[in-house]
Ligand binder design. Structure first.
Ligand SMILES: Nc1nc2c(c(=O)[nH]1)N[C@H]1C(S)=C(S)[C@@H](COP(=O)(O)O)O[C@H]1N2
Ligand SMILES: [Mo]
Length: 503
């Protein structure tokens, strides 16, 4: 590299080319962070996405949840990726600028890289992925410099720099995507692995899972009684990565004496298996945020009672992701602390190493990654209640319609799932004339437990032309689910699901 080309490398870079090189460096920095951290809170975009979701005005978040749904959380992640890229690109631009001003091209890559690493560390507080992000930013700047060597003469100098930057960024992004997609260099966490329990409990898990399989209606396209793909709702884009060996759950607040439990303590207690269904208050009426699993864990009061809780009011559950929800102590009394899901340790996304399950209540108080049970003497607002929601009470009853198919003989089959919390689903009724007349649907046999959904199907001979299919659940005590339709905000969706069917 001779002296004049070195000065040319970073010294006289025109604005547009510099921006392109910086953008490449920014993308490479994000890829570098992802390569090491994968999609965890150590990935630079993770905390930024969380910050965006937390600090965004409640009305924007509500719009994202109720109108955009899953698209909302995708946009949140895209925005966080864009911000991370921009921050790294800014670091790269400073590097390029310093190189130009000082007329010392070799300082560009280290300056840009160090700034990027510093920014990543400021966001994540994790050294290794931040350092790799910085190396990637510096690497692209260096590649841009290298590509401007005079032996690549057929292309103009600036274009060579951008090509060099882009080629190296592509390598970083590709490599980062592959490595990060495989979990990066994060330690295996123990989440979602076979649950080691005693043989009695294991036999019951096997028996209940096969019972659920056997009782699931044999209808293709209808999700089984144990969900294959259990929905996830989180305040953050990334799941906290907790180490069970270091995890502790503490009972605090209005108690005679604070008590803490390690994971080993919990695993030594008498455990049970329970089917519990969950439904999110923010979902659409006929949405997909309702599922069922077989959970293994301990009654939550077995952990709370030794602390001597005051008996008056309520409880705040707090979690490692800074989520917190408050509800009456009476609801906690039926609560469960789960460490297993369908025969495995909890998957990271469902609260590893442990979560609360509060039967019959909206999903949000089923706190994942739980770390603290605080007994309160006065009511307080939880995370979502501070944002205007009323999602701490019992779920609304619903019968969803997700399956609609024409059978060979001209008949039509509709089906779905019905859930009524601890009130239980007694029957499901279907109308094919917009609600004038009703017929009872076929139901799956009830699974053991008092908070479990049921499947329903109904096959009928359709009238000519378009008709309105309506479905409603009847609770075990005969109460017909209310027909009035309400939005998810603030107290959860309610109403009869209907669909126009054309034979
Ligand atoms: N720690 C923590 N717990 C949480 C949440 C969260 O964001 N953080 N989301 C809640 C909400 S809104 C719902 S609907 C349920 C969903 O549980 P799942 O993700 O296992 O389906 O978890 C609840 N528990
Ligand atoms: Mo939720």
């Amino acid at each position: 590299m001779n002296d004049s080309s070195r000065t040319g490398v970073l010294g006289r870079l025109p604005g547009a080319w510099a921006l392109l090189v910086a953008a490449c460096a920014g993308a490479a920095g994000v890829a570098g962070s992802f390569a090491v951290a994968a999609f965890t809170p150590s990935f630079v975009a993770g905390p930024i996405a969380g910050l965006l979701a937390r600090e965004m005005p409640a009305v924007v978040v509500r719009y994202a949840i109720t109108v955009l749904g899953d698209l909302g959380s995708k946009l949140n992640i895209v925005a966080a990726l864009a911000i991370s890229t921009a921050v790294f690109a800014a670091a790269a631009l400073v590097g390029l600028g310093v190189a130009r001003r000082t007329d010392l091209p070799p300082v560009g890559p280290p300056v840009g890289g160090a700034l990027a690493a510093g920014a990543a560390y400021a966001v994540t507080a994790v050294p290794l992925p931040s350092a790799v992000a910085g190396l990637a930013v510096g690497g692209v700047l260096a590649a841009a410099a290298f590509a401007s060597l005079p032996d690549l003469e057929t292309v103009s100098e600036e274009r060579r720099r951008v090509l060099g930057g882009a080629a190296s960024a592509l390598a970083f992004v590709g490599g980062g995507y592959l490595l990060g997609g495989r979990g990066g260099f994060t330690e295996p966490s123990g989440a979602g692995e076979p649950l080691e329990v005693n043989s009695v409990l294991q036999a019951e898990i096997d028996q209940r899972l096969s019972q659920a399989e056997g009782q699931s209606l044999d209808v293709e396209g209808l999700e089984a009684l144990v969900s294959e793909d259990f929905y996830e709702v989180d305040i953050n884009a990334t799941d906290p990565t907790l180490d069970a060996a270091e995890w502790e759950l503490t009972v605090t607040g209005a108690v005679e004496e604070e008590v803490s439990y390690t994971y080993a303590d919990v695993r030594e207690m008498d455990a049970e298996n329970r089917f519990v269904s969950l439904r999110c208050v923010g979902e659409r009426l006929n949405g997909r945020k309702m599922d069922n699993a077989l959970w293994t864990g301990v009654p939550i009061m077995d952990l709370v009672e030794p602390a001597g809780p005051a008996e008056e009011c309520c409880v705040m559950l707090r979690a490692a992701d800074d989520f917190y929800e408050e509800f009456p102590l009476s609801a906690l009394e039926d609560g469960f602390l789960a460490f297993g899901m369908n025969g495995e340790t909890l998957p990271a996304g469902h609260g590893y190493p442990a979560r609360a399950l509060i039967p019959g209540h909206w999903g949000e108080i089923n706190v994942k990654w739980i770390t603290e049970i605080e007994i309160l003497e006065e009511e307080a607002d939880g995370y979502w209640e501070e944002r205007g929601w009323h999602g701490t009470g019992p779920v609304n009853t619903v019968a969803k319609l997700h399956l609609e198919e024409s059978l060979d003989d001209g008949l039509i089959r509709v089906g779905g799932h019905a859930y009524a919390g601890t009130r239980g689903v007694g029957s499901v009724e279907v109308s094919i004339d917009g609600g004038d007349t009703w017929t009872e649907a076929d139901l799956s046999e009830p699974l053991p437990g008092d908070d479990v959904w049921r499947q329903w199907v109904h096959t009928y001979d359709p009238p000519d032309g378009e008709h309105e299919v309506v479905v409603r659940a009847i609770e075990t005590d005969g109460t017909v689910q209310p027909s009035d339709e309400t939005d998810a905000f603030p107290s959860g969706p309610s109403g009869w699901v209907s669909r126009t069917v054309e034979p």
